[in-house]
Design a protein. Sequence first.
Length: 177
Amino acid sequence: MLAKQRGAVYCLAAMKSSGHSHAKFHVHDLVTAIARNQNYDALPLALSATEWGPLGGCLQPFALAQGQVLIEQGAMDRTLYFVESGTLSVHRADDDGRMSLALVGAGSVVGEGAFFSTLSRKASAIGSSPCRLWSLTVARFLELANRQPALALRIALALGTVLAKRAENSPRRVAVV
């Protein structure tokens, strides 16, 4: 469902958050986490408050417990997750049973590989600690792209930058989920 507020289009949340109150989540906390992230594969998404309004309206906040599975290797889900706080353990098992591991922390994203394709998930992601996450489905992103194409392009380019950095760095490649 869409609503207009101050000339900008906002996606309205349609899902419930795993029993956690939305009142505790503020998109400003996600913005701060992204701005503070100095890791190699940090999300380069410097948006104005005006731009964060439409994007934040498309995001669904939720909490993930330590040990809880967020993404399962082989799943066909294309949801993208922004990490506000906490750490995710991303691991992939190859055909020989060998495991590769990467950690994704606050201010980054996970799920960008499947978000841009129709392929199954390449790895699993599990909460290494309690996490606060914001999800973005492909459908909500397409709604945003139809109404604010320049903003959607900036988001896609930032996600593409993370994807490229992880793909070119062997130890971080496993984080492409």
